[in-house]
Ligand binder design. Structure first.
Ligand SMILES: Cc1cc2nc3c(=O)[nH]c(=O)nc-3n(C[C@H](O)[C@H](O)[C@H](O)COP(=O)(O)OP(=O)(O)OC[C@H]3O[C@@H](n4cnc5c(N)ncnc54)[C@H](O)[C@@H]3O)c2cc1C
Length: 330
């Protein structure tokens, strides 16, 4: 079998996985490649146990359950799924096809490329408090096991959606949950913020964690400082969950000749990048009013794929037939 693929998708996060399914639906020979050892993107990396509530038709689902479902769906048409390979270079060949080069030297050939690389590789912003390195067992930058916080007093530091989500997920499990936020107005969804204020979570706005107290890996308390009036408060604490955002790195991808804006690959309504034959979808792409959420990417992926299909076959329909009646499901 030729090792030239119709479509190669870079990034096996939720968007890449769904795009892989859709590619099979359109009978394209498909490969998907991810730098991480397993599929799932940010969901696997940051919030496998968080409840996701903003996907149409799925009132709530745990992150890892969604990844499992997307993975199974992606496998419907037997694509090639490659993990643990970070793509570091892209070369256009004289015959119009592309060659992708992985960090380990492996090469992948494809007629079209869909970039679903999210934010590239990620690194969390650490808690910047002197001596915090002594508490690595008490400091968390994601939650992989909610049950391990049972009956503990937990401080969540941060003010975005994810921080609020963590505080709310912890509330029924932990003994006490405090949310410490240096700002005043939460950046999370209004409804979630309202629910949080109505819950048992202790909310400390205009506060920052300034000191940790206890012995090595035995956190006892932490000091929070009010940036409005300078007062300090001591809170007995077993664990701190930090959600101060992430540093992202798209690496060499930004030099592959695409138009870039707002730290994303600029696409048009067809999810075309400025390089013919290469499309982008999900968190990695940008356009006016872009939303970096799963639901948006699940819409963009099929558009990107349909554009790739039309690039390969200008006569092909620009959408798949309604999937329920697709011949591949008979
Ligand atoms: C803490 C947190 C909570 C969130 N909660 C929600 C929520 O409740 N609801 C919601 O809709 N959204 C939520 N989001 C946002 C959501 O996770 C993203 O919108 C979604 O993951 C984007 O999917 P993606 O497939 O485009 O990118 P990603 O999930 O980022 O996946 C991209 C994949 O590409 C791979 N990759 C990158 N560069 C390369 C390379 N060079 N070579 C090979 N592979 C590469 C990465 O390893 C990664 O696996 C949350 C995000 C965070 C951080």
């Amino acid at each position: 079998m030729s090792n030239l693929y119709d479509v190669t998708i870079i990034g096996a996060g939720p968007v890449g996985l769904f795009t892989t399914f859709y590619s099979g639906l359109r009978s394209l020979k498909t490969k998907i490649i991810d730098a991480e050892p397993a599929v799932g993107g940010k969901i696997r990396y940051f919030y496998p146990e968080k409840i996701i509530r903003d996907i149409g038709g799925i009132p709530e689902i745990e992150g890892q359950e969604l990844v499992k479902n997307l993975h199974a769906q992606a496998n419907t048409f037997q694509p090639i799924i490659v993990c643990d390979e970070r793509i570091i270079a892209l070369h256009k060949q004289t015959d119009g096809t592309f060659e992708l080069v992985a960090e380990n030297g492996n090469k992948h050939r494809s007629k079209t490329i869909i970039i679903a690389a999210g934010s590239g590789t990620y690194e969390v912003n650490r808690l910047e408090v002197s001596g915090s390195e002594a508490y690595t067992n008490n400091l968390f930058y994601d939650i992989k096991d909610l049950a391990s916080f049972r009956n503990k007093t937990v401080i969540v530091s941060g003010g975005g959606n994810a921080a609020i989500d963590w505080a709310q997920s912890l509330e029924p499990i932990a003994k006490e949950v405090h949310l410490v936020y240096r700002g005043e107005n939460f950046k999370g969804h209004e409804e979630r913020v309202k629910e949080m204020h109505a819950s048992s979570i202790f909310v400390h706005v205009n506060h920052e964690i300034t000191a940790l107290q206890g012995g090595t890996n035995n956190l006892q308390s932490c000091i929070i400082h009010c940036n409005k009036n300078g007062s300090t408060t001591k809170i007995a604490t077993d664990a701190i969950v930090v959600n101060h955002g992430i540093k992202v790195d798209l690496g060499s991808m930004l030099d592959w000749g695409f138009d870039i804006s707002d730290y994303g690959i600029l696409v048009n309504q067809k999810m075309e990048t400025s390089v013919p034959g290469i499309y982008a979808c999900g968190d990695v792409c940008t356009y006016p009013r872009k939303m970096r959420i799963i639901a948006a990417g699940l819409h963009e992926g099929p558009i990107a794929l349909n554009s790739a299909k039309n690039y390969l076959d200008p006569e092909a329909d620009h959408v798949a037939m309604i999937s329920t009646h697709h011949e591949n499901f008979n």
